[in-house]
Design a protein around this ligand. Structure first.
Ligand SMILES: Nc1ncnc2c1ncn2[C@@H]1O[C@H](COP(=O)(O)OP(=O)(O)OP(=O)(O)O)[C@@H](O)[C@H]1O
Ligand SMILES: [Mg+2]
Length: 403
């Protein structure tokens, strides 16, 4: 019976070819339609309404910038050329006005870990949608946030949502490889970091082969990184080296109590706990939260001596149901003031945008497989979540600065 491997081999080979076929279909479709990059244009009236701008300010800035040689794109509307603005143009207007960017206000990358040992609770979906929404939220364009998503989950879901380039096939230049190979900042930027569909949001991909490295982490560190703390590698070999290059860094990690999770906890400045409202999932989440102090004690024993990050809870996959509302209230009792008011509700848009290797922000209504209304609802929820998260981070960082 055990000699009959043909079924295993056959299923493996058919899976590989199906995956390649599906990925190629989407990638080629995007190339054919010229939508490999997200390129939203904003009308003048939208730009006039942005924070710290007004109709008069934008008008004058455009005159001055054009006189200085800046070229704004135009679009035909009703037979006339009208000024429209890319996000980059809007950032140029803010620069022209002398508005401070985020990095001028807060120095160094700030690392966020959306973590839970319960699987499937929206860790990855929250991370990737927040990454894109933070970069493009109308209130935050002025901040010019530079965002990196480090994917150290061998499932590679974050990689898949953020770039169709690595949705299939072997990738050697993964985040875990970079950790282990102790590469320089220049090499990290040239070889290990790739662009997502949104300019200014980058990703360090993962690959299924990383699972082997994760399972042998301690032994591999002894061989490749002698003398270095095994749970300090993500912080020291990646995050610290890119501290001047990114303002916000998300780390996406699988639901396993392994070296990846410990490295991520050891690197995080902020923990976010997604709280699912279904009873069984909620129980597992409580167990994870109960375990966290032990994990931080273990990190201390291994020489990770950073101060413990703040842990903020938020609801995921919630619907307007009585039992969901009850769990939301219990979560508020646990987290108190450390509960985010925004949530990632259960919506089709979150589930289906991945089918085209997109986030809710980049998904194109023309190619999105579900209803456009469903996509818009999820997009709105992503923007609210990002805005709320940014207010928390700003509050935390301003309080720190004033200490
Ligand atoms: N708010 C939501 N509404 C509907 N579906 C969602 C939502 N969030 C996530 N999903 C779907 O639930 C599944 C799990 O989501 P996701 O991969 O983000 O969870 P995860 O916590 O990262 O899982 P893992 O523990 O395996 O890393 C995916 O199929 C995703 O599309
Ligand atoms: Mg995940």
């Amino acid at each position: 019976m055990f000699n009959d491997m043909s079924n295993i081999d056959r299923v493996a080979s058919l899976s590989a070819s199906k995956l390649q076929e599906m990925s190629a279909f989407i990638s080629e479709g995007k190339q054919e339609l010229g939508i490999t990059k997200f390129n939203e244009l904003l009308t003048k009236s939208k730009v006039n309404d942005l924070p710290l701008l007004s109709k008069a300010i934008v008008k004058q800035a455009v005159i001055d910038m054009k006189a200085a040689g800046y070229i704004f794109p135009t679009r035909k509307y009703g037979g006339n050329d009208v000024d429209v603005f890319s996000h980059e143009d809007v950032r140029a207007i803010y620069r022209h006005r002398g508005v401070a960017t985020y990095r001028e206000k807060f120095k160094g990358g700030f690392t966020i870990f959306i973590g839970n040992l319960k699987g499937g609770v929206s860790k990855t979906v929250s991370s990737v949608n927040a990454a894109h929404a933070l970069r493009l939220h109308p209130d935050l364009i002025k901040d010019d946030l530079r965002i990196l998503v480090i994917d150290i989950d061998p499932q590679s879901s974050a990689t898949m949502f953020l770039t169709h380039e690595f949705a299939y096939g072997d990738v050697d230049t993964t985040a875990i490889q970079a950790m282990l190979n102790n590469v320089s900042r220049e090499e990290l930027k040239e070889l290990f970091i790739c662009k997502s569909q949104v300019d200014g949001v980058d990703v360090m991909p993962s690959s299924i082969d990383d699972a082997f490295i994760a399972s042998q982490w301690e032994a591999l560190c002894e061989e490749h990184l002698p003398g270095q703390g095994v749970y300090s590698v993500l912080r020291e070999n990646i995050i610290d080296r890119l501290s001047d290059d990114y303002d916000l860094i998300f780390v996406d990690c699988g639901p396993h109590l392994d070296a990846c999770l410990l490295n991520t906890l050891g690197a995080a400045d902020l923990l976010l706990t997604p709280i699912p409202p279904a009873q069984v999932d909620f129980h597992s989440t409580m167990k994870y939260l109960m375990r966290l102090p032990q994990l931080f004690s273990k990190l201390s024993e291994f020489g990770v001596d950073r101060s413990r990050p703040v842990n903020i809870g938020y609801m995921t996959k919630v619907a307007d149901k009585k039992d969901h509302l009850e769990i939301t209230e219990i979560s508020k009792e646990i987290f108190g003031g450390h509960m985010l008011d925004a949530k990632i509700p259960r919506l089709d848009g979150f589930e289906r945008c991945g089918e085209t290797f997109d986030t809710t922000i980049t998904a194109n209504p023309e190619t999105y497989p579900g209803s456009v209304q469903a996509l818009n609802n999820a997009k709105k929820a992503s923007y609210s979540f990002a805005r709320s998260l940014m207010s928390r981070i700003n509050f935390m960082r301003s309080s720190e600065e004033s200490l």
